[in-house]
Ligand binder design. Sequence first.
Ligand code: ATP
Ligand code: MG
Length: 418
Amino acid sequence: MNDILPDATGTWRYLESVVSNIVQSYGYAEIRLPLLEQTELFRRSIGEVTDIVEKEMYTFLDRNGESLTLRPEATAGIVRAGITNGLLYNQKQKLWTAGPMFRYEKPQKGRYRQFNQFDVEALGYTGPDADAELIIMSARIWQRLGISRLVLEINSLGSPESRGHYREALVKYFSGVKNQLDKDSIRRLEQNPLRILDSKNPDMQAIVAAAPVMLDFLDAESDEHFQQLKALLDVAGVDFTINPRLVRGLDYYNRTVFEWVTDALGSQGAVCSGGRYDGLVEKLGGQATPAVGWAMGFERLVALFAASGGSAPIENVDVYLVAVGDQAITRAFAIAEQLRDSIAGIRVELNLGGGSFKSQLKRADKSNADYALILGEQEVAAARIGLKPLRSNEDQSSIALNELAATLAEKLGKVADL
Ligand code: ATP
Ligand code: MG
C-alpha cells in the first residue's frame, strides 16, 4: 500500500482530469461508491473459484458479526448501487468511478495491495456498438496522453450455453493431462476449468497453450456480435489482435473481453481490461440488464505515461510574497488576498513564519515561483512593493501598490478583474 507523495500527486491529478474529461465527453456520469461491501456481493459476482475471491480479498467481521470486504474491483459495487437505487430498472446508464481497490497479492512493481482503478460501465446496452465505443474511448485516452506502446487484445467468451460446451471440452482436455496440472488447476478442473486458462504459473503455460479455444465453440449470435465489434474497430482505425486464450480473472464475463497490454512495464503489462457481463445484474437480483465496461489500473497508467516521456503541466505558485517587519506582515495578508480576488487563477504563496529578507528569498526561490514580491517597512510607508523576477535576468523593480494587480496580471499573462 503506497503513499503517493507531493512530487507525484500533480501527475495523478493531471491524469485523473484528462481521463475523466474524456469519459464525461462521451456522456458518462460519475458515481461514488463505498469502499466496503458485503462479502457475499463479491463471492456471487466475481465467482467463488477465482484468484480474487479465494486468495486476495480483505475480509473481516464487523462489530455486528457481518462479513464485509474491502472492494477488490468496482463493477460489483456499481451493479449493487444501480439495483438498490433503482437506476437500472428500464433504464440505461453510462457510469464512471475512480478510487482505491484492495487485493491481498504478492506486492511487486505494478502490483500492489491497495491500488487505484478508473472504471467505466455502460449498463443497458446489448449491441457491439457499446463495446466498440468503450474501446475507442480508451484508445482516445492513450492518444491524448501520447502513449503508444499498448496493444489491444480481444476475445469472445460466447453465451453461457456455448461456454458450457467449451467447458466440457476443457474438462476432457485437462483430464487427459491431469498428471501435469498443478494443485490449483486440479481443484479447478471440476469447479471452474476456465480458470485454469488464467493460471499465472509458468509451468502451466505450455499445457494451457495447447488447450481448445473458445472461439471454436462460439454460438451464432455471439459470433455475429464479435464480427460486428471487429468491423467497428476496423472502421475506427483501432488496431487489435485476437487472443483466444484471454479469459480474464472474473467469472461474470460473457461475449467480449479485452485487455490493453504493454511491454514497457515489465511483467505487469495489463493497463486496462474489461468486457461484457450481460448476466450479472440479474444474478445480483436486478432486472436482466446487458452491460459492458472496463477498468484501468492507475498506477500502471502513471508508470506508462512516464515511460512514454509524458509529464504533467507544472503547478508552481506564480508569486511568493516576502514580508519583513510587523506592519509589513499584516499588510502582506491583505495584499495576498487582494491579488487572489482580482487575478483569476493566480497562485500566491505568502511567507509564513517570518524570517529575514535573505531567508525568505531563499524560500521564494525554492517554491519555484516566477516572482518574489518584497514588502518591508519602507515599502509600506511608500505604498509600494518590490517585484523581483526569479526565473529571468530582469532587474528588480518597484511598483505602486495600486498598480500591482494590473502589472502582475500582464506579466503572468492572466486576466485581472479590477
Ligand atoms: P493482472 O492480470 O495484472 O492481475 P487483473 O486481470 O487481475 O490484472 P483486473 O481485475 O481486470 O486485473 O483489473 C483491471 C486493471 O487493474 C488491470 O488491468 C490492472 O491495470 C489493474 N490492476 C489489477 N490488479 C492490480 C494490482 N494488484 N496492482 C495494481 N494494478 C492492478
Ligand atoms: Mg489479478
